[in-house]
Design a protein. Structure first.
Length: 237
């Protein structure tokens, strides 16, 4: 199968200290890839390199054969935090139209329905709960039909019950639209059930492969310390 992403010997430092060190991996088209690691391990930095927000100081990144910046038309992105003035009187529909002026209204309606947000299109963005806002951000990321969807800690700010529902929604999205999905996550149980590939990072690449093969108790203890474990939710996958 064709690779959507190829990362070869990539290194990056904000100052003199390397945050990402000699990292290499590939992501197959249609994969669901989770990047995991402890705080400060370089996960979000790696995602910014994949997005083309940062440029590697060493090594190369290819996204469908292009430089990350050149591949942005193929990419959808949901950030970990979305800061805005909650008092600004902007509706969900206006927010989405302003984000993609050229997008047909029918396409916006399609994704609002898919993510269960059709009834909220006249609501003010500032009035949305954390889970509702993440769904709207997913709509914004998807309405130009990207080949790759990047999610940076997408369940941050969502309560535990809503967190599981959110990932089930992303799972349904992947099954219907067949996107390649790359997500940064600290939810090991979700990663275990939802991802087809996991990349374990602590500045260097510690491991890469199918979750059931690489997420061993020994590795989890090495990465996260004593007490790291998986709790299985039967409803996922």
């Amino acid at each position: 199968m064709e690779n959507a992403i190829e990362v070869t010997n990539v290194a990056f430092a904000y100052t003199s200290s390397l945050v990402v060190q000699e990292v290499s991996f590939c992501v197959e088209t249609g994969a669901v890839t989770a990047i995991i690691g402890p705080n400060g391990s370089g996960k979000t930095t790696l995602l910014k390199l994949l997005l083309g927000i940062l440029k590697p100081q060493k090594g190369t990144i290819s996204v469908f054969g292009k430089q990350p910046k050149e591949a942005r038309n193929f990419i959808g992105y949901v950030p970990q935090k979305f800061s805005f003035d909650r008092t600004f009187p902007l509706t969900v529909w206006e927010f989405l139209k302003f984000s993609h002026f050229e997008c047909p209204s029918q396409k916006i309606e399609e994704y609002l329905n898919f993510f269960g947000m059709a009834q909220a299109k006249t609501a003010l963005v500032g009035s949305l709960s954390g889970g509702q806002l993440q769904r709207v951000l997913l709509v914004r990321a998807m309405i130009h039909d990207p080949k790759i969807l990047y999610l940076d800690e997408p369940s941050a700010g969502i309560d535990v019950g809503g967190e599981q529902t959110f990932y089930e929604l992303v799972d349904r999205l992947h099954k219907q639209y067949k996107n390649t999905i790359v997500m940064v996550s600290h939810e090991l149980d979700v990663v275990f059930h939802f991802a087809t590939q996991v990349i374990c990072l602590n500045k260097k690449l510690l491991c890469e492969g199918a979750p059931r093969d690489v997420l061993t108790p020994e590795l989890l203890e090495q990465i996260f310390g004593m007490g790291a474990t998986l709790y299985h939710h039967a409803s996922l996958r």
